[in-house]
Structures are given as structure tokens and as C-alpha cells.
Design a protein around this ligand. Structure first.
Ligand code: COA
Length: 245
């Protein structure tokens, strides 16, 4: 296991485990965590042995309680601006990982915690998960891609209600909204994510990557362009199955 200061990283049977690890602060997302996650996700992206990754939180109470408020309140503005640029890079990195990412969440899933989950492809939640976007109440807006990724998952009005009123939702409501794929009994979220990861890892890794690529990139295109993308990928796949390369 590779241990960064704020993230644990391990690999087993083609599955990567990325664990947010600041339990004393409910895994609040800090500058250090940003840098650690950047390294870990870069490693996942470049590692062909990894077919799927699970992102989870080490604390009993939280997947992630949002941005680290102690840093948020003390950083001088120039540093803050730099942090935002870096953060944007991390979120682009999240969205550019070719392998599927599964978020296994429980407890508090707030602010950047909710945005990390939204940057993954599949979300599994424990019954006790609570989702919220406290940013606007703190005088900021989400800076981890959430204003774009979350509406794509749950629609504009639900996102805006959460964002503009800081209404938190339960795992059951998150499931109704389509934010999470599945709700499981408390403590079973990682196991449930592992079962999905094992299924994905058992498939042809190139087919998995191309299917993810077609869906995630196609969403930003017109239907016509998306169908063209799918056709190109299908032809490439048939050719490679025929030629064995
Ligand atoms: N940044 C830094 N530290 C945080 C944190 C955050 N976002 N969220 C929690 N912590 C720390 C607390 O300060 C506390 O530290 P301490 O034990 O040294 O005092 C520890 O984590 C446990 O949190 P605590 O508040 O005691 O737990 P709780 O169960 O009573 O409440 C929350 C949990 C999530 C409701 C509460 O911690 C909270 O509101 N956190 C801030 C959420 C937020 O606004 N995030 C920013 C989004 S942009």
C-alpha cells in the first residue's frame, strides 16, 4: 500500500482503492489532499493493470465533509486563487481517468465530497449517507466541478435547490434523484462497490474504457456527433477483435 499523507492507495486484482484519509477532520478536502489525489489519480490513469478504481473515505462518520474550513478561512487571496486553478486541474484529471471510478460513500458527503462522488462514474451509498452543498451559505460556489457535474446527474432544479438553500438529502432521496446507483445497509458500501468493480474487472478492459469514453464524451456532443463517435469506436473495436490487436 502506498501511503500519502492524506490518501491511502492500494491495488489488488486489477482494482485500485483510493481512500480519503483524514478521519480526524471527517476527511475534509485540504490542499495536501488535493496534491495527494493528483498523484494517485495520475498513477491510476497511467497504470494499465488497473481496470477500475474505488474511491472511499476512512472516517467512520464521513466520506468527506467538504473543503477544509480551516484553510478556507485563513488562505490569503492570491494563494486561494492558485488553489482554485490547481483544483480545477484535479477535477479535470478526475474526469479524464479512462477506467471507471466507483464512489463508495457513507455518512457526510458534503461540498467537495459530493463533487468527488459526482466526478466518479458509479455511486454506491450506505443508508446513513447525507449529501449537501454548503458552499453558497459560506459565500463561495462549488469549485470542484460540481456546478457542472451535479446538474448533469440530477437536473438543474434539484441541483439549484440543494445549492441555493443548502438542503441536505438522505441516501434514499439521492437514489430517487439518480445521484446514487444503489443504497446498501450501513457499512456495506465498500463491499457492494467491490462486487461491481470485480464484475467490471472481469470484462475486456479496452471495451470497458471505450464504453465509458463513448458515454462520457458523447454527453457533451450533439446526438449526431455522439452517434458518429459511437460508430468510430465500434468500428475500431470490431477491427481489433478481428485482428487480435
Ligand atoms: N474542515 C475542517 N475540519 C472539519 C470539517 C471541514 N470541512 N468538517 C469537520 N471538521 C472537523 C471538526 O472541526 C472536528 O474537529 P475537532 O474534533 O478537532 O473539533 C471534527 O472534524 C469532527 O467534526 P464535528 O463537527 O465535531 O462532527 P459533527 O458530527 O458534530 O458534525 C458536520 C459534522 C459535518 C455537520 C460538521 O463537522 C460540519 O458542519 N462541518 C463543516 C461542513 C462544511 O461546511 N464543509 C464545507 C463545504 S464547502
Amino acid at each position: 500500500m502506498s501511503a500519502f499523507e492524506t490518501v491511502l492507495y492500494e491495488k489488488k486484482d486489477h482494482i485500485a482503492y483510493v481512500t480519503l484519509n483524514r478521519p480526524q477532520a471527517l476527511n475534509a478536502y485540504s490542499v495536501r489532499m488535493r496534491d495527494d489525489l493528483y498523484q494517485v489519480l495520475s498513477a491510476v490513469k497511467d497504470d494499465d493493470e488497473i481496470r477500475v478504481a474505488i474511491v472511499r473515505g476512512a472516517s467512520d462518520k464521513a466520506f468527506c465533509a467538504g473543503a477544509d474550513l480551516t484553510e478556507f478561512l485563513t488562505a490569503p487571496s492570491a494563494i486561494k486563487a492558485r488553489q482554485i486553478r490547481f483544483r480545477r486541474d484535479l477535477w479535470r484529471l478526475f474526469l479524464s481517468v479512462p477506467q471507471p471510478l466507483i464512489a463508495a460513500v457513507h455518512g457526510y458527503v458534503l461540498g467537495s465530497g459530493m463533487e468527488i462522488a459526482a466526478s466518479c462514474d458509479i455511486r454506491i451509498a450506505s443508508e446513513n449517507a447525507q449529501f449537501g452543498l454548503p458552499e453558497v451559505g459560506l459565500g463561495i460556489i462549488p469549485g470542484a466541478g460540481g456546478t457542472q457535474t451535479i446538474p448533469r446527474l440530477i437536473g438543474t432544479s434539484r441541483s439549484l435547490e440543494m445549492l441555493l438553500t443548502n438542503r441536505w438529502i438522505s441516501s434514499a432521496e439521492a437514489h430517487t434523484f439518480g445521484l446514487v446507483n444503489r443504497v446498501v445497509p450501513n457499512g456495506q458500501h465498500v463491499r457492494a462497490a467491490e462486487e461491481i468493480a470485480q464484475k467490471i474487472a472481469s470484462f475486456d478492459p479496452l471495451a470497458v474504457r471505450e464504453a465509458k469514453y463513448a458515454v462520457t464524451h458523447g454527453l457533451d456532443m450533439s446526438l449526431e456527433q455522439g452517434l458518429e463517435l459511437e460508430k468510430r469506436l465500434t468500428l475500431m473495436r470490431r477491427r481489433s477483435v478481428r485482428t487480435g490487436v
